[in-house]
Design a protein around this ligand. Structure first.
Ligand code: A2P
Length: 273
């Protein structure tokens, strides 16, 4: 019973059954002044497919929720939820979200959705996941899902960022999978992470679009060029990155799929502000 409610009466609490739930921050890790990840409690009723996104936010000063779309970075079997976020200094949400601490509350939407799911692709042999910046988030979910390895013989994740520090999240995560109790044995020999930078010296440099076009990606990985009979692809990054990568998939003969009509590649814009 709340302190405001007189004995014998129930406090009138306005709960919107479709509105966001309030979740508790369990962990926060900052990588650079532009990037961080956080983990939240997961309500039992929250179901999603690995690769989907959901609305995340904080209450505004007027009490109304301020929400933005975020890919869930944890897999569907995880008891907690993980998110990987950019920090935009004057971004309405991320300027505040970046200072959350363990124990704080974050709003979580109730309806996860999205096209970067295994079910939106037709069966194939090799799965590519092309990402830039925070576009790696949905793939952080999918590489931890055993279903990914049951469906594909080979899984290739590419991550391109401006500088080396921005690759920390993907490199640490993929590295840790070797010891993962659920997928540790599945990833061996099947999963490859291909990282590149564009603005800071690194052994492997260049935009992913350039590396697909000039064939360096395939030579480096020792795989044949893109082939619609064997290859499937997912892309997540800025609008421009998606458009440019999509054009290369179409040029290679792959067709775009969706939940309603699965095909050979699917796209999603990364959360940006
Ligand atoms: P670049 O440094 O050449 O702009 P951001 O942090 O701005 O989201 O960028 C993340 C990465 O995506 C950067 O390495 C950036 O390269 C790259 N990128 C930006 N636009 C495109 C594009 N149209 N196609 C492929 N990669 C891109």
């Amino acid at each position: 019973m709340s302190a405001e409610a007189p004995a014998g009466q129930t406090a009138a609490v306005k709960v919107n059954p479709n509105g966001p739930t309030e979740e508790t921050v369990l962990a926060v890790e900052h990588y650079t002044d532009r990037l961080f990840r956080f983990r939240l409690t997961r309500p039992q009723s929250f179901r999603f497919r690995s690769g989907e996104f959901v609305m995340i936010g904080l209450p505004k000063e007027d009490g109304k929720p301020l929400l933005r779309a975020y890919s869930v970075a944890s897999p569907s079997w995880d008891e907690e939820l993980e998110f990987y976020s950019i920090k935009v200094p004057d971004g309405p949400l991320t300027s505040r979200l970046q200072s959350i601490k363990v124990g704080d509350k974050v709003l979580l939407g109730r309806k996860p959705t999205g096209t970067l799911v295994l079910d939106a692709l037709t069966p194939g042999k090799r799965l590519y996941m092309f990402s830039t910046g925070t576009g790696f988030a949905p793939f952080a979910s999918l590489v931890r899902d055993p279903d990914t390895y049951e469906r594909y013989e080979q899984v290739i994740v590419t991550h391109t960022c401006r500088d080396v520090a921005e690759l920390t999240y993907s490199r640490n995560l993929i590295d840790s999978l070797k010891d993962d109790p659920l997928v540790g044995e599945l990833v061996g020999g099947k999963l490859a992470l291909y990282t590149t930078t564009t603005r800071e010296p690194y052994p492997n440099m260049g935009r992913i679009t350039t590396l697909i076009e000039n064939g360096k990606l395939f030579t480096d990985l020792g795989v044949p060029p893109l082939d619609p009979s064997t290859d499937r692809a997912m892309m997540c990054g800025s609008m421009e990155m998606i458009q440019d990568t999509k054009a290369l998939m179409i040029k290679a003969g792959l067709t775009e799929g969706s939940n309603a009509a699965p095909a050979e590649f699917v796209i999603e814009k990364a959360f940006a502000g």
